[in-house]
Design a protein around this ligand. Structure first.
Ligand SMILES: *Cc1c(COP(=O)(O)O)cnc(C)c1O
Length: 553
């Protein structure tokens, strides 16, 4: 048996130990590379056979070994875990999953090797320094004053929504930490916002009945008139409009709320009714990265984007240039930022909004209250935090502004070409997010020729809409069967359509293709078209054989 001290990197920096570690990594990386196939988004090109009792068997069979295993066994086990794993390569179009870039892996290694707790610089100097650097970099990007702003890494875009809501409550009711939540607070977000706000409203004790869902426009941005009406209604009934989540890049369709109009509406109503400023969080977890185009030279177009792509970028930039009007913003680096999970950054415009949440020194006796150490994040909901700012810092250095512009511009370009090919080839296919350019394309298949425009304008019955939903859900199943070739995404609620007969808002099911791989080129459009043809053939055959409730033509 090994000495326990053999289980660690060396204390003295000796070469033998380092080479042992490098060899293990080499082994793991080689094993993984052997499983890659550029034409399949699954490692080893197929899923592991997970029979119905697969997980039950694992539960029964797995134990902690009596004597620790040797490293070759451990690398073998890790390799086994990777077998059949989805791998975001050129044919991966599922929900947004990034291929972690090389610098993000180096950053992750640095984070693990230094193992600093970013709650306090006495324990995590590297993490603290990186957090301050990332705050400065992202402040510049969105147009915040870096002397006034404050940011930190947190548990996902969900964590950013939660803590920005806590900031909003503390600004409105400074004694809420001691006295509890006032009972008349209301929050607003579009009906296509992420469910993070619903969760946060529940967790803060505001209660989900106090979430006012605002209607969306055809480009899936929040309808400002409806927002204004809903806020006024709350005020007139004696409620306090507390918080707006302005989604800047919806998760399913990349609809972008008009930050400037949201802010102007707030100012107008705040003056009219003499109420406190409403806190605005830009839920930019997904779309914030397109702010990298804020200073792009659209006239000279140095990266030579096509005219269509340029137009789409201008549409996006037109909205994102106003991100700085929000009280806080978020960046999910594990989405478009090219890092592994979980790497999210919450950035507040005014550090006072954050510091109201600080815990007192007496209540944190073992951390942060010494004469040494100058950085104590006593305001985070988390206690220990990983040093994930190190990962974000490394990746920001790697890509630079131009690197992100190239990547994100490429995603946009791909989607524009994909949309036009799909609609030219399939007369029964409609792009359900056609007014929102971005890295996502959602589409819906119809039994006959497509009638999305009638559907979205409320001219079809609930039965008709649901019949098309059922057809699309069947198609999702067929798509799932060929995950080894293309990993398709889907959503059962890309948006709502009003039914002509019942007036109900019916969720619209759509296939959702999200491109996140730099390896995806326009060649893959051929693959998508070919595979979709096969799937539709199968669906058609099936409907004929079953004489089922739908007929594909
Ligand atoms: C993904 C997403 C979230 C949630 O982020 P997590 O990192 O998954 O916690 C919140 N809001 C939006 C708009 C998102 O796209």
């Amino acid at each position: 048996m090994k000495e326990i001290s053999d289980l660690y990197p060396s204390q003295d920096g000796n070469k033998n130990k380092r080479e042992e570690i490098i060899n293990l990594m080499n082994h793991l990386l080689s094993n993984m590379d052997q499983m890659k196939n550029e034409h399949s988004p699954l490692l080893n090109s197929k899923e592991k056979d997970r029979h119905p009792n697969y997980y039950e068997q694992i539960t029964n069979d797995t134990v902690i070994p009596n004597i620790g295993e040797d490293y070759s066994t451990i690398v073998k086990e890790m390799t086994h875990l990777l077998d059949g794993h989805p791998y975001p390569n050129k044919n991966f179009f599922g929900n947004v999953v990034t291929t972690p870039s090389i610098a993000s892996l180096i950053g992750t290694l640095t984070m693990c090797l230094s193992n600093g707790n970013s709650i306090w610089d006495a324990y995590g100097t590297a993490a603290a320094e990186a957090e301050i650097k990332v705050t400065a970099m992202l402040s510049e990007l969105v147009g915040y004053n870096r002397q006034e702003s404050l940011g930190y890494s947190t548990w996902g875009g969900q964590g950013a929504v939660f803590s920005s809501l806590r900031m909003a409550i503390a600004r409105h009711a400074p004694n809420y930490k001691e006295e509890g939540i006032p009972n008349n607070l209301y929050c607003f977000a579009s009906e296509l916002s992420h469910y993070s706000l619903l969760r946060s409203i529940e967790a803060t004790g505001i209660g989900t009945n106090h979430l006012m869902k605002v209607k969306v426009n055809e480009d899936h941005s929040m309808n400002i008139d409806d927002l204004s009406e809903k806020i006024e209604k709350v005020i007139q009934k004696g409620g306090t409009p507390l918080y707006i989540a302005a989604t800047t890049g919806t998760t399913d369709t990349f609809g972008i709320d008009h930050m400037k109009e949201v802010k102007e509406t707030c100012i107008h109503l705040e003056n009219k009714y003499a109420i406190d400023p409403i806190f605005i969080h830009a839920d930019s977890a997904m779309g914030g990265f397109y702010a990298f185009f804020n200073n792009y030279d659209f006239n000279n177009n140095p990266l030579a984007f096509s005219n269509d792509t340029l137009d789409a970028l201008i549409t996006i930039q037109d909205r994102l240039q106003h991100l700085h009007l929000a009280d806080s913003v978020c960046f999910d680096f594990h989405k478009l930022g090219q890092t592994p999970y979980v790497n999210s950054f919450l950035l507040a415009k005014d550090k006072k909004d954050v510091s109201r949440l600080s815990i007192s020194k007496e209540d944190s006796p073992y951390i942060g209250d010494r004469s040494y150490g100058n950085y104590h994040t006593s305001y985070t909901f988390e206690c220990s935090r990983s040093g994930s700012s190190i990962v974000m810092y490394a990746t920001l250095l790697e890509f630079g502004i131009e690197g992100y512009q190239k990547l994100l511009g490429h995603f946009l370009d791909f989607n524009l070409k994909l949309r036009s090919r799909l609609t030219s080839i399939f007369p029964n296919l409609a792009i359900t997010n056609k007014f929102s350019p971005g890295p996502i394309t959602t589409f819906r298949i119809y039994q006959g020729s497509e009638n999305w425009d009638l559907e979205r304008k409320g001219l079809l019955t609930e039965g008709e809409i649901n019949q098309t939903n059922d057809l699309n859900k069947k198609i999702f199943e067929y798509m799932g069967e060929v995950r080894d070739k293309i990993l398709w995404g889907d959503t059962s609620k890309v948006c709502y359509a009003e039914a002509k007969d019942t007036g109900c808002l019916v969720p619209i099911a759509s296939t959702k293709l999200f491109i996140t791989s730099p390896f995806t080129t326009t060649d893959e459009i051929d693959t998508i078209v070919f595979e979709l043809e096969q799937i539709l053939k199968k669906a058609r055959k099936h409907s004929e054989a079953e004489k089922g409730d739908y007929v594909l033509v």
